[in-house]
Write a protein that binds this ligand. Sequence first.
Ligand code: NAD
Ligand code: UDP
Length: 356
Amino acid sequence: MVEPEGETRYANQTTVKIAPQRPAMSAQTAAKKHTALRILVTGGAGFVGSHLCDRLIARGDRVVCLDNLFTGSKDNIAHLLDHPNFEFVNHDVNHPIFIPVDQIYNLACPASPIHYQYDPVMTVRTNVMGAINMLDLAKRTGARVMQASTSEVYGDPEIHPQVESYWGRVNPIGPRACYDEGKRCAETLFFDSFRQDSVDIKVVRIFNTYGPRMAINDGRVVSNFVVQALTNQPITIYGEGQQTRSFCYVDDLVEGFIRMMATPTGFTGPVNIGNPNEFTILELAQQTIAQIGSTSVIERRPLPQDDPRQRQPDITLAKSALDWEPRTQLKEGLAKTIAHFKAVLGKGLVEDESRA
Ligand code: NAD
Ligand code: UDP
């Protein structure tokens, strides 16, 4: 294991020195039995990453949150910035970095179709180079490294629900390919590093996740529908709304991450993490309107190319290997998400033009 306060320099590479451990905080006393770790979270200022940082800090770990703020925001981690065990590093995972850590969660990548299609070449690069750089860091430090992969590796699936053994059906030249194939290649890099260099890898395949701190303008379906319903604007349904998704609340996802990271060396996954309760997009729209009591009407828009028709995780492996299953169902999770966006809208932070 690398010395906590060690500092090593490599050519053309950023090196981050972690400050010495500061006195324990009262919040950490809650995490009595957990041995504090030094943990790197790439994409830590994003929606999922910021919740993961919260969870790790609450457990007593020392967290380095690395993000280039492409789709993330310092607002998501503002409450952590002064915490003695939290450090923010503005860095692009496309460039190598050396940070002595015990664990790495690799989440850095734009996740919504609008954002990942904005600069598709950069999306591929971030997935591939980000994976290479994080695997390289894991190899040098002996850190365990977890890749935030995606249900998009299954593409528009012929197998339903999707099991981990299914190889997927991805259009390699379509507009979603930069993300889907980028994530598939990242998985390849992880498994080759495991076989070739014995890197201690973990891979989770995340199904549609929602909750507070989703970017209000990132175009994903839950944030779009909630904001549209709260502002009594038309709810934009792409296609007939008969395509399905299975929505996982963010706290459940983070619990799955933590459990996966705690599995023995050699248990690599991939493991599906998601909520198997499946809804049509029309049902989601109706539920959102009903929960908010909105006067929004439904407005049809063209279905984007290669939009998967159905998606539902088979979580048999997560149940048996991680003793994990989601606890928050859509109604409850949606209520928390609605409360979040109500507060954000109350501050006047809406960017209407980018949501449709
Ligand atoms: P997000 O866009 O909120 O977070 C991604 C974070 O990565 C942002 O903070 C962004 O600024 C950062 N980032 C992007 N490119 C970077 C780069 N080159 N260097 C450093 N940081 C960079 O999205 P999210 O929903 O929080 O997704 C987090 C991870 O989980 C992503 O890898 C995504 O592919 C994966 N995932 C999410 C979902 C979901 O439904 N939320 C589903 C499947 C997979
Ligand atoms: N969608 C929709 N209206 C919106 C945003 C999305 O009907 O305003 C649909 C989209 O076509 C897809 C589903 O909702 O079928 C989920 O979209 P999202 O972008 O959230 O995630 P992904 O397609 O990556 O699963």
